[in-house]
Design a protein around this ligand. Structure first.
Ligand code: 3PG
Ligand code: CO
Length: 555
């Protein structure tokens, strides 16, 4: 029968303290002026590669290596941390939704049938991120869903758009809204009453995560549910164009707006009897809204009105909290993650990050599962992020505070694994501010140094890696790799993640002599890290895990 017991590793000892560091958004790319990691002073990260090349390598962090549909899909933190923690490659939400739409099975599922019950008398509302970034959602899926829903009886549809500029180029929101308007016009020709009802920038409206700032969700609620926002327009394309024309406007941060009719009345508030689908497949930035829609008792902000609706997520966003209860596509079934195995095998774990990435080293790491496997064996510490700012203003973020917590946990002797996520290179990279991103990379490097010093002090082992690329390339490039210019001749800043591989380095006084990277896993990726870490804890990984990256060389 099944057993949680892991076999002993034939050569590696148990009981070492492992510092497991994930730099968020830290890829490897050729050194040039748009590579902030190259420009920044990062002596610690540089030293791994220089002083112990047999204990440093690159691993894949995008596309199929992390369960995404194609090799053109950049990596992201959800799929990256899932792969790191689960040790296997799961077909991820993006692809599962593609398959369900292509086969039409999405319309036979319980989730769709549930929202369909409202089509007779109510309106179908679609809420989500409008772009082709493929991280949280994809435009082509929304287009298929609109068509499919109308063919399956939706007669009145309202779309509440969140503009991106974070997983795609800033300014691209205009084109996406234009495309959507075209699709809605075609639906209207077929007799479906279909319109955009509200909008706003993803980082300012709705898509907060890990309860960093409920005001963000409230602004969305007011526009989407109540039909209230500081900006009112009769046309969504005009709305986005006008709001973008404001000084320092960015797609990510556009203020909320509602679309009104000729009498100034909102065209699509959410009311009793309506159906709502949140069409993001990714979990983290939809869980808060799902709570607002589903929880009877809810105190995070005043909802003013709590409509009785039929709500479904594109996916279920949290399997443990069962949120939302209804969903169109079943999420990947990630089970037996490395964290769960390790607690069953006596490994005491400490995990820490600041709010904006806290769920990454816990929830995503554990297969999109909230909470502890065993609270006696684990301690998760969240350091509060600054809220209400863009992180280029505070590029050091809480890197040092995270490193201090990790250091204390290591020195306490209470834990075998001390795991952190350092958010700087990703969160600041997403702002597109190159100067600030350089400061961010330097801060993360300093935090790595602090943690490694603590590991050396206790005779432990460190594993330093990243979840995907971001700060190593801040410019959009053509196929030849040359920076692309916009109409005005300025370079096009890349706020998004990249397709680059990420480094992994191992070391520390506790690393057994002879441990080095194998050279027969050239295509190794993030999913190979779990087995590697299990080995370093003194165990052999389960058979179905992706293979380990290390060997013990004896001469
Ligand atoms: C975000 O949600 O901030 C971006 O879309 C992706 O960033 P992450 O995958 O690094 O969290
Ligand atoms: Co990111």
């Amino acid at each position: 029968g099944f057993s949680w017991k892991l076999d002993d590793h034939p050569k590696l000892p148990k009981g070492k303290t492992i510092g497991l560091i994930v730099l968020d958004g830290w890829g490897e790319a050729k050194p040039d002026q748009y590579n902030c990691i190259h420009i920044a002073e990062t002596p610690t990260m540089d030293s791994f590669k220089k002083t112990a090349p047999e204990k440093w390598r690159l691993i894949r962090a995008h596309g199929k290596a992390v369960g995404l549909p194609t090799e053109d899909d950049m990596g992201n933190s959800e799929v990256g941390h899932n792969a790191l923690g689960a040790g296997r490659i799961y077909v991820q939400g993006a692809k599962l939704v593609d398959l369900a739409l292509a086969s039409g099975k999405i319309y036979d599922g319980e989730g769709f049938k549930y929202v369909q019950q409202s089509f007779d008398k109510g309106t179908l509302h679609l809420i989500g991120l409008l772009s082709d970034g493929g991280v949280h959602s994809r435009l082509d899926q929304v287009q298929l869903l609109l068509k499919g829903a109308s063919e399956h009886g939706a007669k009145r549809i309202r779309v509440h758009v969140l503009t991106d500029g974070r997983d795609v180029l800033d300014g691209s929101s205009v084109g996406f809204v234009e495309t959507l308007e075209g699709d809605l016009a075609k639906l209207r020709e077929k007799g479906v009453d279909a319109h955009i009802a509200s909008g706003g920038g993803r980082m300012y409206v709705t898509m907060d995560r890990y309860e960093n700032d409920w005001e963000v969700v409230k602004r969305g609620w007011d526009a989407q549910v109540l039909g209230e926002a500081p900006h009112k327009f009769q046309n969504a394309l005009e709305a986005v164009k006008k709001l973008r024309a404001e000084p320092k406007a960015h797609d990510q941060y556009l203020p909320p707006f509602v679309i009104v009719d000729g009498n100034g009345k909102a065209v699509g508030p959410i009311v009793d009897g309506d159906a709502v689908v949140t069409f993001n497949f990714r979990a983290d930035r939809m869980v808060m809204l799902a709570k607002a829609f589903e929880y009877q008792d809810f105190y995070k902000f005043d909802r003013v009105r709590f409509p009785k609706i039929h709500y479904a997520g594109m996916l279920q966003y949290d399997g443990e909290l069962k949120l939302p209860g209804r969903y169109l596509v079943s999420p990947p079934e990630m089970e037996r993650t490395s964290g769960e195995y390790l607690v069953h095998n006596g490994v005491r774990t400490f995990a820490c990050s600041e709010t904006v990435k806290f769920g990454h080293v816990t929830f995503f790491w554990n297969g999109n599962r909230s909470g502890y496997f065993n609270s006696e064996m684990e301690e998760y510490v969240e350091i509060l992020s600054d809220s209400g700012i863009t992180f280029n203003v505070q590029p050091k973020m809480k890197a040092i505070e995270i490193a201090e917590k990790a250091r204390d946990a290591i020195l306490s002797g209470k834990f075998h694994q001390v795991r952190v996520n350092l958010p700087n290179s990703d969160m600041v990279g997403h702002t597109g501010d190159i100067e600030a991103t350089i400061v961010a990379c330097k801060a993360a490097d300093k935090a790595v140094k602090m943690i490694i010093e603590a590991i050396e002090q206790v005779g432990g082992i460190y594993v330093v890696t990243a979840d995907h690329g971001n700060a190593e390339d801040m410019v959009k490039r053509n196929k030849k790799g040359q920076p692309l210019l916009d109409k005005a001749g300025n370079i096009q800043i890349l706020t998004s993640h990249t397709l680059q591989p990420v480094p992994i380095a191992i070391g520390g006084a506790g690393l057994s002599p002879g441990v080095r990277f194998r050279n027969d896993v050239p295509n190794g990726g993030l999913a190979n890290v779990a087995a590697t870490v299990m080995n370093l804890h003194g165990f052999v990984a389960p058979n179905d895990y992706e293979t380990t990256l290390i060997e013990v060389f004896e001469n």
